[in-house]
Design a protein around this ligand. Structure first.
Ligand code: FE2
Ligand code: FE2
Length: 323
């Protein structure tokens, strides 16, 4: 395997230098700006060299060999993210790229970007990268990109990055439906939504992934994640004050039965993110509960949770998903 080379060339550079790049990012006919590798038997093997063109037979080779991920060498996470954002911007803003492909690229890119943001929440560079990702989501939605296409791709698994991606795109879409047009406002909303659970990065994974019900003590710790998240973002100038407020308030409820403070007066953006977050949690498979189909989840929210949410926003959300 390998673009024209008879023998596979094995990369001798340490593993940390190889970063995942979604296959969808390569455009047919594009001249590769770096060597592209695949991972085989614990080694990175060159698939195509820098300067070669990306061709349709490459896709066939990859699918015939069951290769799902490719890698490029970068000096740092920052360089890796910059590469992903450059590609993402190009694809999302390109009118000739079909919506399905844009959805796939957005979805595939969410993993390498958001998992590093959530695992290193104290890095300003990575938080800035999250901001760039939100801009791509806003552009995707503005360019007739639709939510069901994104939803279908992620299926029912509740991973950190799919949850963040969904809650952010659903929140921006609901915000637009509620009349928010200002791009900066949408960005503030989308970024708060994307980072809403960042505080969970400091919660013991055994509690986060527990298969059964949490006991009182575990609940107490779990319920600290909005405040922890707000603190993580406190000194980051790139995060608008209102985005931090969303992180702090996303589990507050209009009937005062939420947490951490049990306040009834919540910012509209936090109400929006609360609805999107609840819906995505219900429709996702969790260690302790099965995924509900979207229709069932909406019915459940109306029947059992209607006093927790702003009824106008909840109705708009239902309308939006039935369109
Ligand atoms: Fe949360
Ligand atoms: Fe959440």
């Amino acid at each position: 395997m390998g673009g024209g080379s008879p023998e596979p060339v094995v990369s001798r550079i340490s593993e940390e230098d190889h970063y995942k790049v979604p296959i969808e990012m390569f455009q047919l006919g594009e001249k590769l700006e770096a060597d592209v590798f695949f991972y085989h038997q614990r080694q990175y093997v060159i698939f195509k060299s820098r300067g070669q063109s990306w061709a349709s037979e490459d896709l066939k080779k990859l699918s015939d060999s069951n290769i799902e991920s490719l890698f490029i060498r970068f000096k740092s996470k920052k360089d890796h993210h910059e590469f992903l954002h450059r590609k993402l911007r190009f694809i999302i803003s390109n009118p000739s790229v079909p919506t399905e492909k844009k959805a796939r690229v957005l979805f595939e890119t969410s993993e390498p970007i958001l998992t590093t943001v959530y695992s290193s929440p104290n890095s300003s560079e990575l938080i800035a990268s999250a901001g760039n990702f939100v801009k791509a989501c806003i552009q995707y939605l503005g360019d007739r990109g639709s939510l069901p296409e994104l939803f279908q791709l992620s299926g029912e698994s509740l991973t950190e990055h799919t949850h963040a991606l969904h809650v952010s795109t659903y929140s921006v879409a609901l915000g637009k439906k509620a009349g928010i047009r200002d791009q900066q406002q949408l960005y503030t909303l989308g970024l708060g939504a994307l980072l809403h659970d960042i505080g969970k990065s400091k919660i013991d994974p055994t509690i986060l992934n527990k298969a059964g019900e949490l006991n009182d003590e575990e609940w107490l710790l779990m319920r600290q994640h909005p405040e922890i998240g707000e603190q993580i973002l406190f000194h980051r100038d790139i995060v608008p004050v209102l985005s931090r407020k969303i992180v702090l308030e996303h589990h507050e409820r209009v009937n005062g039965k939420g947490y951490p403070k049990g306040i009834k007066s919540i910012h509209q953006f936090s109400k929006i993110v609360g609805i999107a977050d609840c819906f995505n949690s219900l429709t996702s498979q969790k260690p302790y509960a099965k995924a509900m189909p979207p229709y069932e989840a909406l019915k459940y929210m109306i029947q059992f949770m209607k006093y927790e949410f702003d009824s106008k926003l909840l109705n708009m959300f239902i309308d939006m998903l039935s369109e």
